[in-house]
Design a protein around this ligand. Sequence first.
Ligand code: ADP
Length: 711
Amino acid sequence: MAMARHSVGVAARSTVSAEAKLALLEDLHACTDAAAAAQSAAEWLLAHSAAERTIFAAPDHVRGILTGIAAAGVSPRQVKKIAVPLDDSNHPLINALTNGSAATFHRPRDARLSVFGDAPFTSVKIGTSDDAALGLLLISPATDMTAASVKWAADALGRCLEHIGGHPAQSGEDDPRVRREHALLFSIINAATDPILFTNLEGQLIIANARAEMLFTAPDDVSEGRRRAVQLNNMFFSAALSRTALGEREAGRRELLLVDPTEGSDLLFELLSTVISDPREGTGVVSILRNITDLRMATRQIDENYVKLRAAEAEIRAERDRLNLLIDSVADPIIVTDQEGEISLMNSPAERLFTVFTGSGEDAQRIVRANDAHFTSFVSGLLSTGWETTRRGEIALMDPKTGKLVPVEALAAKMLSDIGELTAIVTILHDRTEAIERNQLYEQLKLASEELEGKVREATGELANQNELLRRQALELEQASAAKSQFLANVSHELRTPLNAILGYAAMTLQGVSGELSAPQRRNLSRIDANARHLLTLINEILDITRIEAGRMPIQVVNFNLPDLVREVTTELEPIIAKSGLKVICKLPSDLPALRTDRQKVKQILVNLLSNALKFTPKGSITIKAQVLAKQMVSIAVVDTGIGIPKGDQLKIFEDFRQVDQTPRRAYGGTGLGLSICRRLTTMLRGTLKVDSKLGHGSIFMLTLPANLRK
Ligand code: ADP
């Protein structure tokens, strides 16, 4: 590096107009700080000398560096680059500041001198005394020191800076007024609740208020945790700041998450940083941190509340839709009125009563008005009372379409909000027409029913009288029947005794006990005997019927075999069978179960049926059959090939004393009581006795009985 030293000459040729000089002097006079004065001079030089770029560098005794505080034609970054330690006596610029008055650096390849890149430049020392240099005016391209304009401007700046006071970067330090202002400024910054910091472009802290110190500085005696928190905070802050520094000069806003060194909790700040240039402090960044932790929480809360609000709104809307649907789906008219009693909502049944449809006539309009008046007076009745919440009453409305009266029962209820404010009145109208008609119908029905009841009562009384009468008659009949039975029993008994005596004596006489009988005597005696026997049969049968009627013939159930019984019957009737010359065949199945019923009565029936068959069958045969039927029933049939019974007599023969041939000179004897006794006995055994016969061909008498008679 070649360096030449010159004294700024006094014989400079003035080429600058007096007006220009006066303008600079006025500018400098108006300046109150060194940076502004240096800036004026730098710019003036660009306009009035050969200088293309100028920088004014001043010593900063606080930071101990020579630093650029003003410039013209140079980028701020280039100015900021100048930071030469004042104690670096080997540095050519420090040398120039302390020793020479002016120096030109022709080929400044030395990196330390690349103020204007590698362009040569001239440095002019500002300040009269050697020991108190006020700064260096660096001019590019290297200038002729004798240039009057440069020298004049440097002198003017020097005087001005001396006038402003002391060193440019330290001006006012010793002035008590300035110190007071400083102190006031500091206390103002400290009073701020937000952390405020001033840092250089490297992120080093230059000034910080108390709040900021709490976050970013840690005294030696603090805990390790707190120290780490502070370290972290510094790291985060530097990172945030470097992003700011990269940006433009305007204020940048960003969020910064720091740690509370005392509590360890997260703190969210909004970082407001502004790059400022100060002639003495140089370029730096002022950062204000605004604690937005609570704000963020509040914002989040607001967001949540907003979401809840929207949900509630949606629910209310849905609720209202549901309500509308509900109101519309109800068949009764529903009207919703507001606090003033004005109708705010109604369903279609209500619309029919309270709305005038287009094209409706004068009458319909009048009816709607009348309905409205009735309804309003009902609702205002509820509105006017503070304590009542519901009201029930009847309103006489009319149907605008038909003009018919619609008697309604109205039920109005106040709808209150959570805080008890009246929000609406809901009224439901219930059409009572049907109910009234129903009531009338019910009354009519009640009357008719009462009438009917009276009639039934009368009839019942009548019936009771009849019943009583019948009961008495039945009793009388019963008594009469009993008397008759008793009478018949007595008579039969009284008849049987002498009859048996007659039969006895007749038999003895026929046997010749009273001597030999002549033929006519024997014939007559035989007739006496036969008639007496007939009479005895008759009496016996009458006695049987009487006993059955009087209930004096008990049932005696026993187990027995039918084949045994049939055998017994045929054996008993053997003499008659033999006399008839008929063939009696028994066809009884081998698997016939034992019967359990009254054996004596079954025998009496079979004897009777077989006797009849023998009596009314002149030739042929008689068959006795048996068969097991369903439902535990057994049938026994007596089949003959006899004279048969005409169809018309087949029912009559079961009546008392009934015979097919009723004439006195009939061919067959008998009493006509046998079958009627058989029918009675069969009934006692819960069976049936039926006949099937064909005249001239024979008859079948069929007895059907339960195999097991339960008493
Ligand atoms: P009775 O035999 O004593 O006359 P019943 O009551 O036994 O009385 O019979 C009534 C009548 O039924 C008989 O008189 C007879 O006319 C008719 N009858 C009964 N059984 C037969 C039969 N097997 N064949 C034809 N007629 C009969």
